[in-house]
Design a protein. Sequence first.
Length: 150
Amino acid sequence: MTNNKITQLYYQFKEETGSKLQENQFKTFVTFFPALLVVMADGQIDEDEWFYIENLAEFMARAHFDDSPSQDLRHEYTEMFLGELRHTLEKLNGWEPLFLDALAEYLTIHPEYKEDIVELLEVFAESSEGISSTEQQKMDSISALLQLND
């Protein structure tokens, strides 16, 4: 399936943001995107949430290494993903439905990622003094849209 939603979104994202991500890196980015939504559930980014966003970028970077990469390479990937997160945050309301729609289709092809996404949502929601009602609502909405509990 070469003309799927995630590929179309990849080219749109590259064009609109100037992203340097390769398509496989973009798929990682989209797969981790729901965690960003949970971090942003209250609509604001405070100092603690920036810490979680930096951790999210680090998680994305780690997803591209089977072995232990050099410190410089790991840092380079983390900074690359962090930059993409910043671009996305600038227009989060516009990107959110596009990313979730593409991810929903992607998960019909790769349902094995559903459990990882659920775990990621829980990790990022619990990392800030437990799961708030706003975060729980966001998680429930994402889970329903992506059919994560199927």
